[in-house]
Design a protein around this ligand. Structure first.
Ligand SMILES: Nc1nc2c(ncn2[C@@H]2O[C@H](COP(=O)(O)OP(=O)(O)OP(=O)(O)O)[C@@H](O)[C@H]2O)c(=O)[nH]1
Ligand SMILES: [Mg+2]
Length: 352
């Protein structure tokens, strides 16, 4: 399984519109709030030009790109944690995602548009924090009875839970906290929402081509796009898309940029393998050692790992064939502690 992103935001923020733009799935998009009740889920493979050129260089007939799961849930409102709107039950669908795409509508002039963006963002972040506090409270209920028996593990767990509660009550998201490895074990079991990486998307229609679509505020990243325009592109033939974009003064869709930014924020990298007829892309966190990456391909490869032949994707594209790269001595051998780099093509040698 690849990595995953969940869309959050107020009702009518344009979450399902952006879901459609990313996945090309036909979903309910409507001007009334709570048009999404059951979550929409889809697995997509963004176009990977490196994989295409790798397959061409190696004569692979089959290409297996990396996948991303996208989940679109109902809108959250103020008081969702107390059952307002559709409540927050559906947030459970976001527990396992790696990143939250927080959609903020700025196109809705009658609802304040740009003027109350901070307030809109705050409503969602507060509801996510309240959902986390509820998760922590339930966990405390299970942990506290264990204290009586002098369980040291339970004491440590409780301290960690209390520390997180305090942090959340001060209005801070858990993603800003640095946990010790021991604390991490507890935190990861809880799949807390404010602990997830977040990308803000400003959904608006003004100034399509005005400056950089990305802005940064502290460690927060904001990407501006027009959900409606991006979703309309999906209904056009590929040949018509660039003309349509040009009419708005844009060169390309921002959906690729959106996914790329999510990928970067999660600090992921892609490596490639070629076996038989198949060229395949794999996604792992940056800093992954090659022996672990090999284990993702096959557990046997990790257990019996000998070494790995590494070829950079650029060299393959440049020379145009695997044989040429090897003949020119452009491939190298690395041991198990080698940290995989983005774009590496790996040939793992192992004992089976
Ligand atoms: N003008 C304009 N309208 C948009 C844009 N993006 C979405 N909309 C409209 O806003 C309304 C709500 O869009 P949805 O995508 O259904 O919003 P949602 O966030 O999924 O809403 P819920 O599922 O109800 O929470 C629809 O009428 C969309 O056509 C945009 O960029 N510009
Ligand atoms: Mg929706």
């Amino acid at each position: 399984m690849g990595w995953s992103c969940g869309l959050v935001g107020l009702p009518n923020a344009g979450k399902s519109t952006i879901f459609k733009a990313i996945t090309a799935h036909d979903v309910t998009i409507a001007s009334y709030p709570f048009s999404t009740v059951d979550p929409n889920k889809a697995i997509v493979s963004p176009e990977d030009l490196r994989l295409i050129s790798l397959a061409a260089a190696c004569g692979s007939k089959k290409m297996t790109p990396a996948t991303i799961e996208i989940i679109d849930v109902a809108g959250l409102v103020k008081g969702a944690s107390r059952g307002e709107g559709l409540g927050n039950q559906f947030l459970g669908h976001l527990r396992n995602v790696d990143l939250l795409i927080h959609v903020v509508a700025l196109f809705d002039r009658e609802q304040g548009g740009f003027d109350n963006q901070a307030e809109k963002i705050e409503i969602i972040n507060l509801e996510l924090a309240l959902a986390d506090l509820e998760t922590i409270r339930r966990r405390r209920e299970k942990t506290e009875p264990k204290l009586k028996s002098g369980d040291q593990g339970a004491r440590f767990e409780l301290e960690t839970l209390v520390m997180m509660e305090r942090y959340l009550n001060e209005g801070m998201p858990l993603r800003n906290l640095t946990f010790t490895p021991e604390e991490k074990i507890i935190v990861e079991q809880l799949s807390l929402l404010t602990g997830k990486t977040m990308l803000y998307v400003y959904n608006h229609e003004d100034d399509f081509n005005d400056g950089d679509p990305l802005t940064f505020f502290g460690d927060q990243t904001y990407l501006a796009l027009c959900g409606r325009l991006e979703a309309e592109l999906i209904d056009l033939q590929p040949g018509e898309r660039s003309q349509y974009l040009e009419a708005f003064g844009m060169k390309e869709s921002r959906i690729t940029m959106l996914l790329q930014r999510c990928f970067d924020l999660l600090q992921l990298l892609t490596f490639y393998t070629v076996k038989g007829d198949e060229a395949k892309a794999w996604v792992v966190p940056r800093g992954t050692k090659v022996v672990k990456a090999a284990g993702k391909i096959h557990t046997e490869m990790e257990k019996g790992f000998i070494n790995v032949e590494v070829i950079s994707w650029e060299q393959l594209a440049f020379t145009g064939s695997l044989t040429a790269v090897r003949d020119r001595g452009l491939s190298r051998t690395e041991g198990k502690d080698y940290q995989v780099q983005d774009g590496d093509v790996l040939f793992v040698r192992f004992r089976s």
